[in-house]
Write a protein that binds this ligand. Structure first.
Ligand SMILES: [Zn+2]
Length: 174
């Protein structure tokens, strides 16, 4: 199977040529797995974020390292919440739809599996109604997958069960 380049699905991402070029440039200079997430209102990008890692103490193992990263999808929503807006009491887009795109991009610009992890799924569900999120759209090896609230609920249940099963859960910090 041939890999899918971000340009192949540009029309599904509602991104301009310049935005695609910008993302490809960011991905090509990234030395880690590159994830980018953006909030789109009525299909138009309003803010974006990339994965960010915090190198804490040198003693952090790779496993623990994960805990100190903010994943792009949660960061993008935080940025969206912090943006200047006409109506400060609501995060929802008046008369618009709020979609969250989450993409994994290789250095060469090919897309990969970018389904939200258990922590992000939990966070996104918490913010879902306040932000009036319509759907989360994430990349896969073959294209895009759309997650509505129902699918996100199911995903959280599945991931939580799986984490408990293999004993890798770091516990519920809520
Ligand atoms: Zn995550």
């Amino acid at each position: 199977m041939s890999r899918v380049h971000i340009r192949d699905i540009q029309y599904m991402l509602h991104l301009s040529d310049a935005q695609i070029a910008f993302i490809c440039e960011l991905a090509s200079t990234s030395d880690r797995q590159f994830h980018i997430a953006y909030v789109a209102i009525n299909g138009k990008l309003v803010c974006y974020a990339t994965n960010e890692y915090f190198l804490g103490t040198a003693a952090l193992s790779l496993n623990r390292f994960h805990q100190y990263s903010i994943h792009a999808e949660v960061k993008a929503l935080c940025k969206y919440r912090a943006r200047p807006r006409r109506e400060p009491t609501t995060h929802a887009a008046p008369g618009g739809t709020v979609d969250l795109y989450v993409l994994k991009i290789s250095k060469m610009g090919f897309i990969g599996q970018s389904a939200p992890c258990v922590d992000c799924t939990r966070h996104l569900l918490k913010m879902w109604n306040a932000f009036r999120i319509r759907q989360v759209i994430h990349s896969t090896m073959n294209g895009l997958e759309v997650l509505k609230k129902k699918s996100m609920d199911a995903r959280l249940a599945l991931l939580t069960a799986r984490a408990t099963e293999v004993g890798t859960s770091r516990g519920d910090d809520d």
